[in-house]
Design a protein around this ligand. Structure first.
Ligand code: UDP
Length: 231
């Protein structure tokens, strides 16, 4: 059975507002995930925290504490998205690498596999549980642990470019790019630590635009509308 790990950035949840949640955007995601679950594809989700907080941008407080706030932001995001998914009739579970009382369950690979096999959507919240990491490293780590077939990276841009398409009108989009090239040229698909981890553990990724028509469902089926990162 195909198993994918979908990564959404925190900003993606906020829509135009850039902060907090945009219900319409998240509902669009939910509808697509429901469609692919019905096809038997197993879906786990990792969400960033940038719509609330980024540890490294706060210089007034200790970085470890700032990153802890960031990890908690990802937990809030996962609880919100999980509830929107439930309102669309899906069964969900939120797991964290640290205890959040009764709000979430502690991450366990065996339990996550069991739930995915039963057709639940499992959210891996709280990143890696450690400061100085990101949800990029979180998603690669969990994808490897969960033996996912592929990571689906839903982004604001519709793929991987050889330079920033926002500043360079001649930027060229790759249909396919090797993970070696991503690491060597620092193409910014995921952060450096995550890219190296994906390379060493041969975890492929599909990068696509979140706002493309039915783009998540297409990516989950393995249809490339953005860029395939090969390993
Ligand atoms: N974070 C962390 N460890 C993790 C995952 C996230 O410390 O394993 C913190 C970090 O402060 C980060 C914030 O949570 O800035 C939000 O995560 P995200 O991956 O969205 O961060 P970004 O890369 O956008 O800063």
């Amino acid at each position: 059975m195909r198993r994918v790990l979908l990564k959404l950035s925190g900003e993606a949840l906020a829509g135009e507002k850039k902060t907090g949640f945009d219900e319409e955007t998240v509902t669009r995601v939910a509808v697509q995930v429901k469609e692919i679950l019905a096809e038997g594809i197993q879906v786990a989700i990792v969400i960033g925290g940038g719509n609330f907080w980024r540890g490294r941008t706060s210089h007034a407080i200790d970085r470890t504490k700032a990153d802890q706030i960031g990890m908690l932001a990802t937990v809030m995001n996962c609880i919100y998205v999980s509830e929107i998914f439930r309102s669309q009739g899906m069964r969900t579970n939120v797991m964290t690498p640290f205890a959040v009382g009764a709000f979430t369950e502690l991450f366990s690979k065996d339990r996550a596999v069991e739930l995915l096999e039963q057709g639940e959507v499992v959210f891996f919240a709280g990143g890696t549980g450690h400061p100085y990491f990101s949800t990029d490293t979180g998603v690669v780590l969990r994808a490897i642990e969960m033996e996912a077939d592929e990571i689906l990276l839903a982004k604001a841009v519709d793929g991987v470019y050889d330079s920033d398409p926002k500043t360079n009108p001649d930027a060229r989009k790759y249909d396919s790019v090797s993970i070696d090239e991503v690491v060597e040229k620092q193409l910014g698909v995921v952060d450096g630590a995550a890219a190296v981890m994906a390379k060493e553990n041969r975890m492929p990724m599909l990068v696509f635009g979140l706002n493309g028509e039915n783009s998540i469902a297409k990516a989950a089926r393995g249809v490339v509308s953005g860029t395939r990162v090969t390993v």
